[in-house]
Design a protein around this ligand. Structure first.
Ligand code: AMP
Length: 227
């Protein structure tokens, strides 16, 4: 089973994606975490991706798609919750065209922009496992230390206000076409991501069950147009 979470930066995809994966016994895969790990290891992919992350631009597909698809195909579990991938219609087409990687359910977390901007201004992220905390509303038990793995908590460079504004603009530019694509396939559900965290998790689980019960139309794939 492949679930993907759609939503603006700061909409809770990381936190909810980890919870959903744990509750459903699936793996969790975040394209942002994969890229940050490649950057910190200084791989060729990381070196190519870094300027895009720093500026809040989307990483080009020829760098990103092989990175995510290689990881995805290596996952031994029954399925995966994807966070941050696909982000564009072309990425969705590429994923659906990869053997056994068609998305079964796309869950979109809807959160107003001003809420997202506030959340990102106080976000702290674990440098080791990628778990998110807030310096205001979801403080770690020990200051500067991740509750989940004990790793160091830091602010993300791309959570600076100017970069956040750009990331939101990038998100809104591609969001409607991506949502439309999954809606046409009958696999999209929108969830209020501005509710308390536990309620969002329950709504996501319920949505997943609802979609799993619907007879899915067989996906029809077209190759992504050449760039
Ligand atoms: P995230 O951790 O999901 O907020 O992603 C952080 C950054 O990684 C984004 O601002 C992009 O620069 C890059 N990125 C993550 N996922 C993708 C994707 N699917 N396509 C292109 N760039 C991505």
């Amino acid at each position: 089973m492949i679930l993907t979470l759609l939503g603006a930066p700061g909409s809770g995809k990381g936190t909810q994606g980890r919870r959903l994966a744990e509750r459903l016994g699936l793996a969790y895969l975040s394209s942002g975490d994969l890229l940050r790990s490649a950057i910190s290891r200084g791989t060729e992919t990381g070196l190519r991706a870094k300027p895009y992350l720093d500026a809040g631009h989307l990483v080009p597909d020829d760098v990103l798609i092989p990175l995510v698809c290689t990881e995805l195909l290596a996952i031994p579990q029954a399925g995966v919750v994807l966070d941050g991938f696909p982000r564009t219609r072309d990425q969705a087409l590429a994923l659906d065209a990869t053997d056994d990687c068609a998305v079964d359910t796309a869950l979109m977390l809807e959160v107003p922009d001003d809420v997202v901007v506030d959340r990102l201004a106080s976000r702290l992220m674990c440098g080791d496992c990628g778990s998110s905390f807030s310096a205001v509303s979801h403080r770690p038990k020990r200051e500067g230390v991740c509750d989940a793995c004990g790793g160091p908590l830091k602010r993300r460079g791309d959570d600076a206000p100017e970069t956040v504004r750009h990331r939101l603009a990038v998100y809104h530019e591609s969001e409607s076409r991506l949502a439309e694509y999954y809606d046409e396939r009958g696999v999209l559900l929108k969830i209020d991501g501005n509710a308390p965290e536990d309620q969002v998790t329950e709504a996501l689980l319920k949505a997943t069950e609802t979609l799993a019960r619907l007879p899915l139309p067989a996906p029809t794939f077209q190759a992504a147009p050449a760039a």
